[in-house]
Design a protein around this ligand. Structure first.
Ligand code: GPW
Length: 823
């Protein structure tokens, strides 16, 4: 903290702010080839971006040589997804120069906000898992833990969602079409990544059997770095993202034979590897190209890691003392056989030594228990693409099962459950089992979730390795998710308790006594209202709909998924609509219900729910009786930059997944940190949020995780709820009979049927009445603004635990065994 404060005092000097304006003009000309007299916002955004970035390069090189000189242990966070969003404001925030920069930009005739809007989000992820990775990079570098993100630079990130006639349409997200000023491409660094071919046996000079991978098709990996400034800019790290380049000798024989086009085809195909992010969240599609992407990331990353390591070490024996690798879910788990292959086939080690190094290097984070998300790859596919890895996986499994059999003699059922190879329905490789066996530590992402791993999904493994499976509750970075996205509230907090909260979020607790101070409550309410006004303007711009900032802003923003139960929220909206229609003069709490989120392009039911939200919105918003009391909107293309507008403006945060199914959730943390009250089930991190903010400051309802499990076992009958609850019955019948789709009566039958005829797997019917009651309590409390604002303050004040700084320190001390440098 002392460094941060020192930095902000002489920030003008350190970042040569006096020269910034000239630099912007210079970059307009020299880098962009533009006339500085032009008033193009996009050019000025770019010129500003380059001028900001160049101020960090020095600090970055200094940080990196510090790490090198001190031989610090390094943490590599391997992830198929990162969701950094926009960089400009994040750089300025972490450099502590937002206000200074605003002045300079104004002198050039722009507002900082309008230049900020010129930037496209880097949407290199689907949702929570990718955003978590970005929050962790921010927290690692801000706390001076030598950490690096490794991922893929997709040409096309998560698709751009538009809504046409109520339906989701996907457009490609060509986010670097006009260049990206943040990336530093390393044209001179190339690694070769191999695919296909076969594993060949040979004898080395000592007569030992050895293996080599031959007759491969090769693709080159080129790195592109994006700087990650820590808060206060005492340190700068980077994420390294790989792009595929065809190898020069690709299909040389075809060229020589004169088949120019045929040879070019091969080149083009090989560059497809990093073209596009798979848009499925928590759903395995099992495409060969996806497995190629995973291995491409892993192979390039390990060549890079070992090259860096070998600059300072002569033997790989000490790798686990110098390197910790965190696997962000099983997506990069092919790294385990890859490191084995490198250690044995390239560096000549024997199995046991290599395996010991491997298991002391890797740790694996599990982010879901949903069966459809658990990765398994057909043995024939994996064996064809990566024949040597398949061989190694079999050997890992053989040795592992030998150990299990020795501990549990005769328990063949257990062996088949724990095997890395699934036998039933054609052989497949279970990536989670491989990741558990090959890692020293496995963690879930919230206390409840880790518990479910230990007693449910990974129970056998927990019995076999009793200390391996642990918990690290997720967190979010308070820099982006409070300081940067919510200047109004940040200013108030800093005025009241000083600036330290953003690096020590527990400090927010000092706000607790202020909840009793009516002047502070007024100021708090004013900040919220200001944010609601800003969002209202955005909504008007985006969907041409006016919303009233004085109504309760009720928000559900997250990927569209049946288990997240946006449908339950819609059922509440329909119920409110009916109540108003039945009794137009009733005194009800005016609400604006906002939704946002993308559905996987192939997820039919999720897309239909988007349509339902839009059709319900159409009916509700057009109804004169309802006017002024209930409004509904779906905001298209939820993404990080939209979240930064939505989160600060929320009164109520909807976290209503079926208990036991949301591993953690992180949106829940962002909303509460910004003073929203949560309505939610006892799922994921909601449980811990309740513990922190107090049961009296959160609206908890519905079945608990163990009750959901029991109901599934003992037989759940959704019709019972339909028959015994007239209000629910009416809602269901309206959905089923086409009330919201008069031109296509059967449109929403699949929604109706999933609840009424197909078992209501996510138990919406059981939770409907408790949810309605919790919502009634919300309405009542909102009418008492003094109490509401009090609770809003107490929510933010008690969110200290959910800083990603805390999460990262738990990983550092408990899993990576690294300490912040210079301590
Ligand atoms: F299936 N999560 C996600 F576990 O956003 F891999 N995408 C994913 O593909 C998966 C998980 C995966 C989310 C969880 O749903 C959410 O509960 C959690 O907060 C987040 O990962 C970060 O841990």
């Amino acid at each position: 903290m002392s460094r941060v404060c020192k930095m902000s005092k002489n920030v003008r000097e350190v970042f040569r702010l006096d020269e910034l304006k000239d630099d912007i003009r210079r970059n307009m000309v020299a880098l962009l080839g533009n006339d500085p007299r032009s008033k193009r916002k996009f050019s000025y955004y770019n010129a500003l971006a380059y001028s900001v970035r160049e101020r960090l390069v020095d600090l970055w090189m200094r940080t990196q040589s510090d790490y090198y000189d001190s031989m610090a242990k390094r943490v590599y966070y391997l992830s198929m997804e990162f969701l950094p969003g926009r960089f400009l404001m994040n750089y300025l925030t972490n450099m502590g120069i937002v206000d200074e920069c605003r002045e300079i930009v104004a002198e050039l005739g722009f507002s900082l906000e309008e230049l900020e809007e010129e930037e496209w989000d880097a949407g290199l992820g689907n949702g929570g898992l990718g955003r978590l990775a970005s929050c962790y990079l921010d927290s690692m570098v801000s706390q001076n833990i030598p950490g690096y993100g490794y991922g893929i630079l997709y040409d096309y990130g998560i698709f751009y969602q538009s809504i046409v006639n109520g339906n989701q349409e996907e457009r490609c997200d060509n986010w670097r079409r006009h260049g990206c000023p943040w990336e530093i491409t390393r044209l001179d660094t190339l690694y070769e990544v191999k695919f296909y071919g076969r594993s060949e046996t040979y004898y080395d000079s000592d007569g030992n059997v050895r293996f080599r991978w031959v007759d491969t098709e090769n693709v080159m990996a080129m790195p592109c770095d994006i700087l990650i400034p820590g808060y206060g800019c005492s340190h700068v790290s980077n994420m390294r993202l790989w792009t595929a380049q065809s190898s020069r000798e690709f299909n040389l024989s075809d060229f020589n034979r004169g088949d120019y086009i045929g040879a070019m085809h091969g080149k083009v195909m090989s560059e497809n590897i990093t073209k596009v992010l798979y848009p499925n969240d928590q759903f395995l599609q099992g495409m060969e190209l996806r497995l190629k992407q995973q291995y491409f990331l892993v192979s390039a990353t390990f060549q890079d890691i070992l090259r860096r390591y070998l600059k300072q070490h002569t033997s790989l024996a000490a790798l686990p003392e110098a390197v910790a690798v965190q696997l962000n879910d099983t997506h990069p788990a092919i790294a385990i056989p890859e490191l084995m292959r490198l250690l044995m086939d390239v560096y000549g080690m024997g199995w046991d030594v290599a395996w010991d190094i491997c298991t002391r290097t890797f740790a694996y984070t599990n982010h879901t228990v949903l069966p459809e998300a658990l990765e398994t790859w057909p043995v024939d596919l994996l064996g064809r693409l990566l024949p040597r890895h398949m061989q190694i996986i079999y050997e890992i499994n053989r040795r592992f099962l030998e150990g299990v059999a020795a501990t549990f003699p005769g328990d063949t059922e257990r062996l088949s459950r724990m095997s890395v190879i699934q036998e039933e329905g054609g052989q497949r490789v279970r990536m989670a089992n491989l990741a558990i066996v090959g890692s020293h530590t496995v963690n879930g992402v919230a206390a409840l979730h880790s518990n479910i791993l230990q007693t449910g999904l990974f129970r056998d493994f927990h019995e076999y390795y009793p200390r391996k499976i642990r918990n690290v509750t997720n967190g979010v970075t308070p820099r982006r998710w409070l300081m940067q996205c919510n200047p109004a509230l940040s200013r108030l907090i800093t005025q009241s308790i000083g600036p330290e909260w953003c690096c020590n979020l527990e400090k927010l607790r000092e706000l607790v006594p202020l909840a009793e101070d009516s002047a502070f409550r007024d100021a708090w309410a004013r900040a919220k209202l200001e944010n609601k006004r800003l969002l209202s303007r955005y909504v008007l711009r985006k969907v041409q709909m006016g919303i009233n900032p004085n109504t309760l802003f009720d928000m559900q923003f997250k990927r569209m998924h049946e288990y997240k139960r946006q449908l339950l929220n819609v059922m509440h909206v329909i119920s409110l609509f009916n109540r108003i229609k039945d009794n137009p003069s009733a005194d009800i709490t005016p609400r604006t219900v906002l939704f946002g989120g993308k559905a996987a392009p192939g997820y039919y039911q999720a897309k239909l729910i988007i349509r339902l939200i839009n059709e319900v919105a159409r009916v509700v918003n057009a109804d004169a009786d309802v006017a002024g009391r209930l409004r509904v909107a779906f905001l298209p293309n939820y993404c990080i930059s939209q979240a930064e507008k939505v989160v600060p403006a929320a009164d109520l945060s909807e976290q209503i997944s079926t208990a036991g199914m949301e591993a953690s959730g992180t949106g829940n943390m962002k909303f509460a940190l910004n003073g929203a009250l949560t309505i939610g089930t006892l799922d994921g991190a909601n449980v811990e949020i309740m513990e922190e903010v107090g049961a009296e400051n959160i609206f908890i309802f519905g079945l608990k995780a163990h009750e959901v499990a029991e109901k599934r076992r003992s037989g759940y009958n959704p019709r019972e709820f339909y028959e015994n609850d007239a209000e629910l019955r009416r809602v269901m019948d309206m959905i089923g009979s086409g009330f919201f789709s008069p031109d296509e009566r059967g449109l929403f039958s699949p929604v109706y049927d999933s609840l009424m005829h197909h078992g209501d797997y996510y138990m919406l019917m059981a939770d409907y009445r408790p949810y309605m009651e919790a919502q009634a309590a919300v309405d009542a409390l909102y009418l008492d603004q003094d109490q509401w604002v009090r609770k809003s303050i107490l929510n933010a004040a008690n969110m200290g635990k959910f800083s990603s700084d805390r999460s990262v320190m738990e990983y550092a001390r408990g899993i990576w065994h690294v300490e912040p440098l210079g301590k």
